[in-house]
Write a protein that binds this ligand. Structure first.
Ligand code: DC
Length: 231
């Protein structure tokens, strides 16, 4: 019988710093579930935009409060690409949630207390059986404060803008960098669950690391925790 303990892995950090790339890869290697919590905030934001609950960055909180329990977010692995895709009320929205339109409004939506409560409850339910890697902003501080492995990832805003631009068509790096800087500020200064390093998180600045290097580093941290738990 495999006696390797199954743990909870929380990966937090600034936007576009490669958290999801490393989280996905580790989850794949060790056979864990991977959850992109940012995709959940993005899906709620898309719902708001599509249902006209956001106008000029002003949000109709009452209408969203009435709708929140009917917003169902799920993750499904695409059999052709083997990639996990985000579904909003049964419809694949993986592409739409990555657009600038959503990026520009997501900070406003993710500041709302009842949105966070609803999504954190779903995230905890997903991690109930452990064996999960979740990335986000408040995973090590609020969602899973008892996670056995917590990582806090940083990278310079320019490097992050360049990485995001590489994933998009017709990208304007300067405007992406401005959006990233604005979101950093909003993520760190919001009242509920602001982005901050948990006291027991390990910090990683990956500005000058390759993907292979950061994957190897993360696996090493995972192995260390497993060794410690086994001894
Ligand atoms: O990781 P991302 O850029 O896809 O996240 C989108 C937004 O969602 C980001 O601006 C902050 C917010 N977010 C959050 O508030 N809490 C999380 N656990 C994950 C993301």
């Amino acid at each position: 019988m495999n006696n390797t303990p199954r743990i909870t892995i929380a990966i937090d950090g600034f936007s576009s710093c490669g958290k999801s790339t490393m989280a996905k890869e580790l989850a794949h290697r060790i056979g864990y579930i991977y959850i992109d919590s940012g995709a959940m905030y993005r899906a709620v934001t898309l719902y708001c935009l599509d249902n006209h609950l956001i106008t000029d960055n002003h949000i109709d909180r009452e209408a969203l409060a009435r709708a929140i329990d009917s917003i169902k977010i799920t993750f499904v692995t695409n059999p052709a690409t083997h990639k996990q895709e985000t579904y909003l009320n049964g419809v694949c929205v993986e592409k739409e949630i990555r657009t600038m339109r959503v990026s520009q409004s997501v900070s406003v939506v993710s500041q709302i207390d009842f949105v966070r409560e609803a999504l954190v409850a779903q995230q905890r339910a997903m991690g109930h059986a452990k064996g999960i890697v979740m990335d986000g902003r408040d995973i090590g501080t609020a969602v899973f404060p008892d996670a056995e492995l917590k990582i806090f990832v940083t990278a310079s805003a320019r490097v992050r803008a360049e990485r995001r631009a590489a994933e998009m068509e017709d990208a304007d790096i300067d405007s992406i960098e401005r959006n990233i800087t604005m979101r950093d500020e909003m993520d760190m200064t919001r009242e509920i669950s602001p982005l901050r390093k948990a006291h027991d998180a390990i910090e990683l600045d990956n500005s000058h690391m390759t993907i292979a290097q950061q994957d190897a580093w993360l696996e090493e941290q995972y192995n260390k925790v497993i060794e410690r738990l086994k001894s």
